[in-house]
Design a protein around this ligand. Structure first.
Ligand code: SAM
Length: 269
């Protein structure tokens, strides 16, 4: 109790806590939890979501970086046999290490300052997850669910949508958090596709080509890629994939990025 009274939330750790029971319930509902599920939660904070997750699922592993929360969380969940608390930095951990064999669900109100690196980690370890439900800054939620032609469409949209169906479940006002962040939020559902849009053999090339293509958004795809690959390779790959060199990355569909990756892969990249 003493711990709770003296705890000062840290902006650097994205500590905006969520207490609204309706939103907490809605998160569990969209995650379609059952007693069969093992849920990973990144950043339990004061444990309000953890508590809901533990009631709706079979097992919760909650990973918290801020060790100042340790006494409070250990005490709060001492009587919850299905909650395991781990105190470490998620960016220094492998998500797969928390698996007990089967697939896991990731359900979290993410620390917004590191939401992109976390999403990229999820992408690296996608085969360990059956569903991902995360609260994100609204702008990031829009970016990852964006479609080609929109300003918000970028490498993160392409990389994630090539492996997951991405859907914004509902928006959440900044007023739902304590303290209120400077931005609104949204809960996003990522459901793994049956198989990614590309074969494993070109994954590395697909990721590199996608990232490089969006590196200078105002430039044509030929020029953006020309900053990273030699000119002949770029011309050959564009020609092999049937993509007009004067187009911009934001006009390319995921299928076209896959074709382009095949082109570069063929050219030895
Ligand atoms: N789940 C709680 C809730 O909904 O009220 C807290 C969410 S708060 C937005 C993010 C939490 O992530 C904080 O508790 C913060 O300490 C934790 N956190 C920040 N960086 C982390 C990291 N690298 N690894 C693990 N937890 C982290």
């Amino acid at each position: 109790m003493k711990q709770e009274q003296t705890f000062h939330q840290t902006r650097r750790l994205g500590q905006n806590f969520l207490y609204d029971p309706n939103i907490l319930r809605k998160i569990c509902t969209v995650a379609e939890l059952s007693k069969e599920d093992h849920v990973i939660e990144i950043g339990p904070g004061k444990g309000s979501l953890t508590e809901h997750l533990s009631r709706s699922s079979g097992k919760v592993t909650a990973i918290e970086k801020d060790k100042r929360l340790r006494n409070f969380l250990d005490e709060k969940f001492g009587e919850f046999p299905n909650v395991r608390l781990v105190y470490e930095d998620i960016l220094k951990s492998r998500l797969r290490h928390f698996s007990c064999g089967g697939k896991m669900k990731l359900v979290s109100n993410l620390p917004y300052n590191i939401s992109t690196p976390i999403l990229l980690r999820v992408l690296d370890e996608k085969e360990f997850f059956s569903k991902i439900v995360v609260m994100l800054q609204k702008e990031v939620a829009e970016r990852i669910s964006s479609v080609r032609g929109r300003k918000s469409y970028g490498s993160l949209s392409v990389l994630l949508q090539s492996c997951f169906s991405v859907e914004i479940a509902f928006g959440v006002s900044r007023r739902a958090f304590h303290p209120s962040p400077d931005v609104d939020s949204a809960v996003v559902i990522l459901d793994p596709l049956e198989s990614p849009a590309y074969p494993a053999s070109i994954e590395k090339t697909f990721r590199a080509v996608t990232r490089h293509a969006f590196s200078s958004r105002r430039k044509t795809i030929r020029n953006s890629l020309g900053n990273f690959f030699d000119k002949e390779t770029v011309e050959q790959a564009l020609s092999d994939s049937g993509i007009e060199p004067g187009r911009r990355a934001e006009s390319l569909s995921i299928e076209e990025f896959v074709k382009l990756a095949y082109g570069f892969h063929k050219a030895g990249q």
